[in-house]
Design a protein around this ligand. Sequence first.
Ligand code: IPE
Ligand code: IPE
Ligand code: MG
Length: 245
Amino acid sequence: MQRLPRHIAIIMDGNGRWAKEKGEDRLFGHLHGVESVRNIVEGCAELGIQNLTLYAFSTENWDRPEYEVSGLMELLVDTIHKEVPTLNKNNIRLHVIGAMDMLPEAAKKELNDALEETAVNTGLNLIMALSYSSRWEITNAVNGIAKAVKEGLLQPKDITQETLRQYLTTSQFPDPELMIRTSGEYRISNFLLYQLAYAELYFTSTLWPDFRKENLYEAILDYQGRERRFGKTGEQIKKEESTNS
Ligand code: IPE
Ligand code: IPE
Ligand code: MG
């Protein structure tokens, strides 16, 4: 319990295949995926994890068939509406990262209400990546920096890694230490490319609608068994650990 990641990020993948296995429509998989979201959010809150980022919809997902996109949006509006009381009860604050302007009006409104209604909560930060992609985010950040330079608020020589960090949508959160992807795909799919620089990656073949707290604990235990070296040698890390303890 002393060595929990402060920030866990999850690519929730495999809803479509889960539904197909059962001879059902893809939307059936997304519907069941919501159950996993509830379970994992609860699990993280119980453990005292401070930040959880869930990749729910990528900017590329807009290119899916229209019926799936609108079904997902409806599910989103409906779920947020229903979950706000539970978030408040558990002191969970909702955040959204992504191109919000691309979302349908109803989804935007529901989200903005939920952001406001949970704004005073001080427990888990639940960060939903919605209509998000890392290349979109980095491009946005570069735009913001260019604008600040043009307006004379920032000198090019003063642009540091810290500047870029401040312009990312995740500026208020530490980088994820653990990134989990379900469904047996071994890729990042445009998720937090910059922030995952030193994250430990955990891949599982479990499909998202089957992913539960027990699977989360397994991922965390795996993470805790890793030696995070940040470019140093294993000997240096062991020495640091023994002087710190
Ligand atoms: C993840 O499941 C949910 C979203 C991307 C919205 P998928 O819908 O990608 O499921 P698979 O990968 O097709 O099984
Ligand atoms: C990544 O899943 C995006 C989300 C989980 C929201 P995808 O299913 O869209 O990723 P690819 O297309 O298989 O890389
Ligand atoms: Mg997928």
